[in-house]
Design a binder for this molecule. Structure first.
Ligand SMILES: [Zn+2]
Ligand SMILES: [Zn+2]
Length: 911
C-alpha cells in the first residue's frame, strides 16, 4: 500500500467522512463534522472536554479497561494478560514503554508466534522521558496503561490491516464509550520508532489525543525505508486519557487518582483551588511543556493576567498542587516497578526506581507533607487492589523496600547538605556567583543531591542556580537503554566457524555421556570443530569442559570450549587432528560433574532465597565453578546471618527431598505463558525455543546449562560467604558436595587446633578465646602503665642533668630510644618536670626532638628558630610548631653541641 491508499481508506468514504486540511497546522484529517476547520490536536485547539464530561463523573479505570477489552473480545480478539513493566525478555531496554514492547523483537521479527492473533491487552507502561513535566502539565504521566489491539500479519497469515483498524477504533469509541461520532477526528501522520516506521492516525476528541493507530510495515535502515514482509497493527489507547475525557476533570491526575489526591490535600492542609481558575489553566494545559520554558511561560502569563496576578504568583500558587499530582503519579509507578521485581540501586532499572522514589520524596517536602511515602504507597495499593491484586499481595515487600529507600534518602540528604555547603563556600571564595550546570548532575549522581536542594542552599548565600528544564528527563533517558554487551569470542574463532553447520550437542542428549566419537570438520591453529561434541562450551555462567581428543596417531588436550552461534569450537594444546579424521573425545568427568552439581545448586539456592527474602529477589549474575560458585541476587538490605541459615536450611532440605530436575525445550511464547517471566533469571535468551530447567516444585528457569537429574546428587550445600557487592545486590558464595564437606573440615580443624592450644574442650573454645583476649587486654594495659612509669623515671634522670644557660635550663642528651614517638614522648616528659627549659634529645640513629617550655614560648622563644640555628651547624632536616620540632640529623654526636651553641646565641641576642 502507498501513502495515498492509507490516507483514502474505504471506511472513511463509506461512513461519510470528509478529508480536510487543518487551518492552523496544515495536517490532513478526516471528520464527520462539516463545520470543523482544525485538526483537533494540540496546539491547534484548547482542551474542550474540560468541565464537559462525556461519560459521567463516576466512571472508573476498571470500567474503561473492561469496556475496551470486552469490546474486542466480542469481536474475535483474545484477551492477553499484561506483561511485567520490567522487560526481562529484551536486552536493549529496561522498562516496557508501550504494549508493542511485549512482542519485540521475537514476534515482530516473525521468529516466534504471538500468544494470540489478533489480541487485545491493557499493558502498564512506564516512560520517564517527560519526568520534568509530570504533575505540571496536567497530562504527562510516568506510568500509564496502554490499551491496545494488535494484529500480526506475519508468515503469510493475513489477519486485518489499516481499514479494519480504523473501523475498530471508531467502533470502540462510539459504541463502548458513547463518544459522539462527529466529535472524533482522525489525523493522518507518520510514525517511526525502534527501527520501524509506517503511516498512522491520531484519534482526537475535543482536543485530546486518545489513541494512535500505527501501521508498521517499514524497516528503517539508515536513511532508507524498506518494505517489510511483516505488517503489524500497533495501536495504543491511553486508558487514563479516555478516563479523563469521559470525566472532564481539570487534570488527568484528578481523573485517575481522586481518592489519593483528596487524602494528600487533607494531609498537606491545602484548600481546593478556585474552580474557575483551575478550569482556565486546564483548558490551556495541552500547550504546556516545561522542557520549553519560554512557551509555557507565555501560556501561563496569559492566564494569570485574566485573574489579575503575575505569572510568578500563579506558578507559586499552583506549585504545591502540582507536587501532589506528581506524587500521585509517581507512587503508582513505584508500585509497578518494585512489584514487578525492580530493587532500587545505582544501575539499570534500579536507578530509575530510585530516581522516581527520590522525586516523590522531594515532591512531598515541597507540598509540606509530613507523612512517610510508605503511607501514600499503602493507600494506592488499597485503591488499586482489584485492578492489580498481584501488587496488593506483595504489599509487605514493597513497603519494606520503599521505607528502606526513604531512610537511605534522608541519610544521603544530611551528607548531601554538607557537600553542597562546602561547594558553595568554595564558589564564594573564588568569587563565583553561579553553580556550574554540570555540577548539578554530578551532585545528583554521586551524592544523591537534588538540584532543588542545591538551589535552596545556594539562595542563602546569594549564589545562583539554573536547573536545566529537562534535568530529570535527561537523567532518566541516559539510563533508559541497556548498554550493549561486548562479543565474547575472538575474531579467529568467528572466521573458522563461518559456513559450518550447527554442531550436534551430545551434552544435551545425555549429560552423563562423557565419551564420544566425532568427525573433524575444521581444524586451524589451536581450534578444532567437530560434527558433534559432548564438550560443554562456556555459557550461561557455566564454565566450559576440558578433556582430550584422540585419533589414530595422536592426541591433544582440550583447554577451552566456546560457541559461535550454533557451532562449537575446541581450543586445544598440542598438535590438532587433521580435517576429515575421526576422533574420540573424553570429557574430564570430575570437572564436569562438579560443575553440574554447582549449577543445580545455584537454581536451588535462588529458589530458597526467593522464599526467605521475598519475591523481589532476582538473579543479578552467577558464576559456577568447580571449587565454589557464586550467585548474585537483588535485595535492598544486607542479608542477616539468620537469613543465610534459613536459605541454607531450605536448600539442603530440597537436596534431601531428592526432587527430579528436568531439562526440555519449549516454544518461547508457550513457556512464557506457562511459567511467567520469572524464567529469565539468567538474562535474555536469544532463541525462539527456550531450554527450560525445572527443579520440580521449586524453581523454573530458561537455562542452557547442564544439571544433575535429581537434587540428591548435589550433596551438601554450604554458603561460605555473603557480601554486598553493590547497592541492591548481594553475593552468596557457596560450595557443594565434597568441596562443602572439605570446607567444614577446615573449620573443624581450626577449632580443634585452637582447643588444643587453649587446652580446653572444643565446645569451650569461644569462652577460652574470650578469656585469653581479656587477659591480653589486661596485660597490654599494665604494659602501657609500665612504659609510662619507665618514661617518667628516665625523664627524671635526664631532668637532673639540666645545665643552666642564663635563666634557661638546657637538657641536651643522646638517648637509647630509636623511634620518633619514643624520643618525642621522652622530651615532653622531661619538659613536664621542669620550668623554663629547653629539652633537646637525639637518638643514636639521629632522630631528634626539641621541646621548649610554654613559659619560654610565651616570651617569644620559638623552637623553629632554634631548629634553624641547630641545622645551620649540623646536617639534617626537621620542622614543627612553636614549642616542638622533630627531625633527623646525620651525626647525632654533634647535635648536643650544636643545640648548646644555638641556645647561647639566642640568649646573647636577647641580652
Ligand atoms: Zn492542526
Ligand atoms: Zn542455570
Amino acid at each position: 500500500m502507498k501513502r495515498e491508499e492509507f490516507l483514502r481508506l474505504p471506511f472513511f468514504k463509506e461512513r461519510g467522512f470528509t478529508l480536510k486540511k487543518c487551518r492552523v497546522c496544515g495536517s490532513e484529517f478526516w471528520t464527520l463534522d462539516p463545520e470543523r476547520e482544525v485538526c483537533g490536536d494540540q496546539p491547534c485547539v484548547d482542551y474542550e472536554f474540560i468541565g464537559r464530561p462525556l461519560g459521567g463523573a463516576a466512571v472508573s479505570p476498571r470500567e474503561v479497561r473492561e469496556r475496551f477489552l470486552s469490546f474486542f473480545e466480542e469481536r474475535g480478539h483474545t484477551r492477553v494478560r499484561r506483561y511485567p513493566v520490567v522487560a526481562r525478555w529484551r536486552d536493549d531496554v529496561y522498562l516496557v514503554g508501550a504494549s508493542i514492547y511485549d512482542f519485540q523483537p521475537w514476534v515482530t521479527e516473525g521468529l516466534v508466534k504471538p500468544p494470540a492473533n489478533p489480541l487485545v491487552i491493557s499493558q502498564p507502561s512506564i516512560r520517564l522521558t517527560d519526568l520534568d513535566n509530570v504533575g505540571r502539565t496536567g497530562r504527562h504521566m510516568t506510568g500509564f496503561e496502554m490499551m491496545a489491539h494488535h494484529a500480526f500479519n506475519i508468515g503469510g497469515r493475513s489477519v486485518y490491516w489499516a481499514n479494519e483498524t480504523v473501523e475498530y477504533a471508531f467502533g470502540v469509541l462510539t459504541e463502548a464509550f458513547g463518544i459522539p461520532p462527529e466529535e472524533i477526528t482522525f489525523k493522518f501522520d507518520w510514525w517511526s520508532g525502534g527501527g520501524n516506521a509506517g503511516e498512522d492516525y491520531e484519534v482526537l476528541v475535543r482536543g485530546l489525543e486518545v489513541a494512535t493507530l500505527v501501521f508498521m510495515h517499514y524497516k528503517v535502515v539508515g536513511d532508507e525505508l524498506m518494505e517489510m514482509g511483516n505488517k503489524i497493527v500497533d495501536t495504543g489507547y491511553g486508558l487514563e486519557r479516555l478516563l479523563w475525557l469521559l470525566k472532564g476533570s481539570p487534570t488527568i491526575y484528578d481523573a485517575v487518582f481522586p481518592q489519593v489526591l483528596d487524602t494528600l490535600r487533607r494531609e498537606a492542609g491545602l484548600e481546593r483551588l478556585d474552580p474557575e481558575m483551575l478550569e482556565a489553566v486546564a483548558r490551556k494545559s495541552g500547550k504546556l511543556d516545561f522542557k520549553k520554558p519560554a512557551l509555557s511561560a507565555r501560556v501561563l502569563a496569559e492566564i494569570s493576567r485574566r485573574f489579575g496576578m503575575s505569572r510568578e504568583e500563579l506558578e507559586e500558587m499552583l506549585a504545591p498542587y502540582q507536587s501532589l499530582y506528581a506524587l500521585a503519579d509517581h507512587s503508582r509507578t513505584i508500585i509497578w516497578m518494585i512489584g514487578d521485581g525492580v530493587v532500587p540501586s545505582n544501575v539499570g532499572a534500579g536507578y530509575l526506581a530510585r530516581l522516581l522514589i527520590r522525586r516523590a520524596l522531594r515532591h512531598m517536602a515541597r507540598a509540606g507533607l509530613e507523612m512517610p511515602l510508605t503511607e501514600v504507597i499503602s493507600l494506592q495499593l488499597r485503591i488499586w487492589r482489584d485492578d492489580f491484586p498481584e501488587y496488593a499481595e506483595l504489599e509487605g515487600e514493597i513497603l519494606d523496600i520503599v521505607s528502606y529507600e526513604e531512610r537511605r534518602y534522608r541519610d544521603a540528604m544530611k551528607h548531601g547538605k554538607k557537600v553542597v555547603r562546602k561547594l558553595l563556600r568554595e564558589l564564594v571564595k573564588r568569587g563565583l556567583k553561579e553553580v556550574p550546570p554540570e555540577k548539578l548532575s554530578e551532585l545528583y549522581e554521586s551524592h544523591g543531591v537534588a538540584p532543588e536542594l542545591v538551589a535552596e542552599e545556594a539562595a542563602r548565600v546569594g549564589v545562583k542556580v539554573v536547573v536545566p528544564p529537562d534535568f530529570y528527563s535527561s537523567l532518566a533517558s541516559k539510563h533508559e537503554a541497556a548498554p550493549p554487551k561486548p562479543a565474547p569470542v575472538e575474531e579467529e574463532a568467528r572466521k573458522l566457524a563461518e559456513g559450518v553447520p550447527p554442531t550436534r550437542k551430545l551434552y544435551y542428549e545425555d549429560p552423563r555421556k562423557l565419551e564420544f566419537k566425532a568427525r573433524v570438520l575444521r581444524a586451524s591453529g589451536r581450534m578444532v570443530i567437530l560434527d558433534r561434541t559432548a564438550f560443554y562450551p562456556e555459557g550461561g555462567g557455566q564454565p566450559y569442559d576440558t578433556g582430550i581428543l584422540e585419533w589414530r596417531g595422536g592426541r591433544c588436550r582440550v583447554m577451552r570450549v566456546v560457541k559461535v552461534g550454533d557451532v562449537i569450537l575446541h581450543e586445544c594444546e598440542g598438535q590438532v587432528p587433521p580435517e576429515g579424521s575421526e576422533v574420540k573425545g573424553v570429557v574430564n568427568a570430575e570437572r564436569r560433574f562438579a560443575l553440574m552439581k554447582n549449577h543445580t545448586a545455584t537454581h536451588i539456592i535462588l529458589g530458597a532465597a526467593r522464599r526467605v527474602l521475598g519475591r523481589h529477589v532476582w538473579q543479578a549474575g552467577a558464576q559456577k565453578g568447580v571449587e565454589q560458585s557464586r550467585l548474585d541476587i537483588t535485595h535492598h538490605k544486607r542479608i542477616s546471618p539468620e537469613e543465610v541459615r534459613a536459605i541454607e536450611e531450605l536448600a539442603n532440605r530440597v537436596v534431601m527431598e531428592d526432587r527430579p530436575v528436568r531439562a526440555f525445550f519449549e516454544d518461547r511464547t508457550v513457556a512464557e505463558s506457562k511459567y511467567g517471566f520469572i524464567l529469565y533469571q539468567g538474562g535474555v535468551v536469544p532463541e525462539a525455543k527456550l531450554r527450560i530447567v525445572e527443579v520440580e516444585g521449586w524453581d523454573v528457569e530458561a537455562c542452557g546449562g547442564l544439571h544433575c537429574s535429581r537434587t540428591g546428587e548435589v550433596g551438601l550445600i554450604k554458603v561460605v560467604k555473603v557480601e554486598r557487592i553493590q547497592d541492591g545486590v548481594s553475593r552468596l558464595v557457596f560450595k557443594v558436595g565434597k568441596a562443602a564437606l572439605e570446607h567444614v573440615w577446615r573449620l573443624e580443624d581450626a577449632v580443634s587446633g585452637l582447643a588444643s592450644l587453649l587446652n580446653v574442650e572444643e565446645d569451650k573454645v569461644v569462652e577460652g578465646v574470650k578469656q585469653l583476649v581479656d587477659e591480653f587486654k589486661a596485660v597490654r594495659r599494665s604494659l602501657e602503665r609500665a612504659r609510662r612509669e619507665l618514661l617518667e623515671l628516665k625523664a627524671a634522670q635526664l631532668a637532673a642533668k639540666a645545665e643552666q644557660v642564663a635563666d634557661i635550663k638546657l637538657i641536651s642528651e643522646v638517648v637509647e630510644e630509636g623511634e620518633e614517638r619514643d624520643v618525642r614522648d621522652l622530651a615532653l616528659a622531661v619538659a613536664r618536670q621542669l620550668r623554663r627549659a629547653i629539652v633537646g634529645l637525639v637518638s643514636r640513629s639521629g632522630v631528634y626532638a626539641i621541646k621548649v617550655s610554654d613559659e619560654l614560648v610565651r616570651e617569644g622563644l620559638d623552637a623553629r628558630k632554634l631548629n634553624r640555628l641547630v641545622l645551620a651547624r649540623v646536617e639534617g632536616r626537621g620542622g614543627g610548631v612553636a614549642d616542638l620540632v622533630m627531625g633527623r640529623v646525620g651525626n647525632p654526636s654533634s647535635f648536643g653541641e650544636a643545640l648548646r651553641e644555638a641556645v647561647r646565641g639566642i640568649v646573647e641576642d636577647e641580652a
